[in-house]
Design a protein around this ligand. Structure first.
Ligand code: CMC
Length: 430
């Protein structure tokens, strides 16, 4: 197979190298294009542009395949362990027993928030959006841990990563408690990662929340399935901010802001609101699809469609099965699950969705599972962020350690006014 692409512009030809990835990905290397031709490429929203080489996550969107460091996502479902998956993503290998123990101990040692940071919650309005609190507080960690602004040695990096992964769940749980006017519950060092988060969310003074194994496993699974997804919007944001050599806290805080958007992580909230609206009788599933297809209306079938997957998102399949299993185990029933199944059935038989290859994505069933754990809707995207944090850290590090990486600075095609003279105020016409 050829290893060059030939570009013809006018009567000149240019040879461009072809780069090949491990599993069949191919890209035309245009890094010298402007230097050679004076031209740039035009690719709005970067749908056809690989911005880096990465060894972290592989997606085959046509086949619906997702792998972390080569391991198919389905293989994490048997005994889901989010901390182990986080280690794998960040450090590139499954941890040994001793490495996992060491990493878990670091998480436990860093689970508390500085009291100064904790007091800041008192000055935040009770109804503040938890994603705003999360991004602000992650950014604020830089004030309390200035020793981790430059991460030039492995020990500083692992300590900074452990602080972020550990504290994010304390920050998230405290923002929930604040919104409910409930006292903060400190982390319990005897609990595992997910159980500890649920304890901080739901224990009350003198009444410890008892975490069942089913719920703990389900939360581990949800976090693992969100842990990385190559160059999605928030990860691209983390890389862009990090490319300016901004610190890890600031870069991850920026990732949270991007994730908040309803076309990205915020879709999990939109999905539940859509299902609840149908449940309340506000619209039928058929009307919901009609609205989603109406190009004069910004409404979309949330939880459907994906930039990369043109097949069933493997995470959605796992989450759908997990939701059914959890409800069966708890001997409970959620009418929203029935509505979601119905919507999926209708959409997958509708030419609009079939022709555009729109399938359920990770956000379609995740909220139903989070509801089963008692997580309120306004915390769904925060849960996505807790899950995605190891991915952001891994991607930040990969870029930071790459000696060839440069500041991310795209080009544009200017389409504004041609050169125009400045007009003093008194001579401007109305
Ligand atoms: N409902 C209705 N129409 C849709 C939907 C949808 N959910 N998704 C895509 N389309 C249509 C879109 O209007 C366009 O139609 P046309 O060709 O007639 O103009 C066509 O399908 C292609 O869509 P696109 O917007 O060009 O695709 P994209 O790759 O730019 O966007 C997406 C991907 C995920 C933003 C989009 O599918 C969407 O808005 N989905 C709903 C929001 C959502 O569920 N987001 C979560 C994504 S997965 C997790 C994550 O990344 O956070």
């Amino acid at each position: 197979m050829t290893d060059k692409a030939i570009l013809t512009i006018g009567d000149r030809q240019y040879e461009l190298p072809i780069i090949r990835g491990t599993d069949g990905d191919q890209g035309i290397d245009i890094s010298r294009l402007r230097e050679m031709t004076g031209m740039v490429t035009y690719d709005p929203s970067l749908a056809n542009t690989a911005v880096c080489r990465s060894a972290i996550t592989f997606i085959d969107g046509e086949q619906g395949v997702l792998r972390y460091r080569g391991i198919p996502i389905e293989q994490f479902t048997e005994k889901p362990n989010f901390v182990e998956a986080a280690y794998l993503l960040i450090f590139g290998k499954l941890p040994s027993h001793a490495e996992l123990k060491d990493f878990s101990s670091r998480l436990t040692e860093n689970e508390l928030l500085h009291e100064g940071l904790k007091h800041q919650y008192q000055h935040i309005p009770v109804d503040a959006p938890p994603m705003a609190i999360l991004s602000a507080t992650l950014s604020n960690l830089a004030c309390f841990h200035p020793q981790f602004l430059a991460l030039e040695d492995p020990e500083s990096f692992i300590e900074a990563a452990a602080r972020l992964i550990s504290k994010v769940r304390t920050i998230a749980a405290f923002s929930y408690r604040r919104s409910r006017g409930m006292p903060f519950v400190y982390p319990d060092p005897h609990l595992r990662y997910c159980a500890n988060f649920l304890h901080m969310m739901f224990s009350i003074p003198y009444k410890q929340y008892i975490v069942t194994r089913e719920i703990e496993d389900a939360l581990n699974l949800v976090l693992i399935l969100h842990a990385d997804h190559e160059q999605n919007c928030s990860t691209a944001t983390v890389r862009t901010v990090g490319s300016a050599r901004a610190n890890l806290f600031a870069s991850c805080a920026a990732g949270v802001c991007a994730l908040w958007g309803p076309l990205h992580g915020g879709a999990n909230v939109e999905v539940i609101e859509m299902l609840e609206r149908i449940h309340r009788g506000g619209m039928t599933p058929e009307e919901c699809l009609r609205l989603a297809k109406d190009k004069t209306n910004p409404f979309r079938l949330y939880g459907f469609g994906h930039r990369v997957y043109k097949n069933y998102d493997p995470r959605a399949r796992i989450l759908k099965d997990a939701s059914e299993k959890v409800f069966a185990t708890l001997n409970r029933h959620d009418p929203l699950l029935d509505i979601a199944r119905k919507l999926e059935e209708l959409a997958l038989a509708d030419p609009y969705f079939v022709d555009r290859r729109l399938y359920p994505n990770v956000d379609f069933y995740s909220g139903i599972l989070l509801r089963a754990m008692g997580i309120p809707t306004n915390m769904f995207t925060v849960l996505f962020a807790i899950g995605r944090l190891p991915g952001w850290i891994a991607q930040w590090r990969e870029q930071h350690d790459d000696p060839t990486s440069k500041i991310i600075r795209p080009r544009q095609i200017y389409v504004g006014p041609p050169k125009t003279d400045y007009v003093p105020m008194e001579r401007r016409s109305l």
